[in-house]
Ligand binder design. Structure first.
Ligand SMILES: [Zn+2]
Ligand SMILES: [Zn+2]
Length: 268
């Protein structure tokens, strides 16, 4: 049992796919004995219906209220999961200029102009082509660099392998993933261990241990750990597995963010 656990990836009902209020997430984090939680609701930069540019102010206010209400129990951080920032950089820049965040998680859920990978039936699709495009866009996202942490870098595996049970050979993307991890490491940014896929059928985290080890070999110092909870019951889920992996990869600390500055927490 680890002390000092912090869930850096959670969604409230301000996300289109979230099912718990911010205070319910904080309450769950408190009950589970976490040291803190980052609320990272979705802003899909390439989708006018799902971008937060004009909708984040009330959410921020709600997070501030939760920070005050839970002040003596847990740290509550104001984060965002910025999806597809490179497909609409103008909007992403504007959002980052307009609001003050503790933590900016950058993610990639789809190809330009296409639906989220979660909605694709891969049985009759050219999976290698989709993955090739996915990782070339992720490299551009890593180079964009206006985030704190690159989220769930093996996101396609959640659906292709974890849910639709189609085996994926990641070898052809090794070079691109190497470049992505090197870029993030050299920029002093984080990657994430996302534990949601342990409860969603993939049986391992996003990414798995190999890429965490490679990130460390490439000089990466910062890794955040998050459950990607969309329900209060999932807050903090399997963060201990993330800690086990970090230790196995040689890390003694993991990272959380406050006012967009990395803070190292000892793995205890
Ligand atoms: Zn995501
Ligand atoms: Zn998420």
């Amino acid at each position: 049992m680890y002390q000092n656990l912090f869930d850096s990836h959670t969604h409230s009902d301000n996300s289109h796919d979230g099912h718990a209020s911010i205070s319910m997430l904080c309450e769950a984090a408190t009950t589970k004995g976490l040291a803190g939680i980052a609320i990272t609701d979705h802003c899909e930069c390439d989708d006018p219906k799902l971008n937060m540019l004009n909708r984040f102010a009330p959410l921020q206010f709600e997070i501030l209220k939760a920070q005050a209400a839970f002040r003596d129990q847990i740290m509550v951080c104001c984060g965002i999961e910025l999806g597809q920032a490179i497909y609409n950089q103008e909007l992403a820049d504007k959002l980052l200029d307009t609001y003050k965040f503790d933590f900016v998680l950058a993610s990639l859920h789809n190809s330009p102009g296409d639906v989220d990978l979660c909605h694709i039936d891969f049985a009759d699709k050219d999976v290698p082509k989709i993955l090739e495009e996915y990782y070339s866009n992720m490299l551009k996202l890593a180079q964009w660099n206006k985030f704190d942490c690159l989220a769930h870098i093996t996101y396609p595996l959640r659906y292709i392998q974890g849910i639709q049970k189609i085996e994926v050979n990641m070898k052809p993307y090794d070079e691109m993933i190497y470049e992505i991890l090197k870029t993030v490491a050299q920029n002093g940014k984080s990657i994430e261990i996302n534990t949601s896929t342990i409860r969603q059928g993939l049986g391992t985290t996003m990414p798995g241990l190999d890429y965490i080890k490679l990130f460390r070999q490439l000089g990466g110092e910062h890794v955040t750990v998050g459950s990607d909870a969309h329900y209060a019951k999932d807050v903090g889920a399997h963060l201990d597995v993330g800690m086990d992996m970090l230790k196995e990869a040689g890390f003694e600390y993991y990272t959380v963010y406050r006012r967009r500055e990395p803070k190292l927490l000892k793995i205890l």
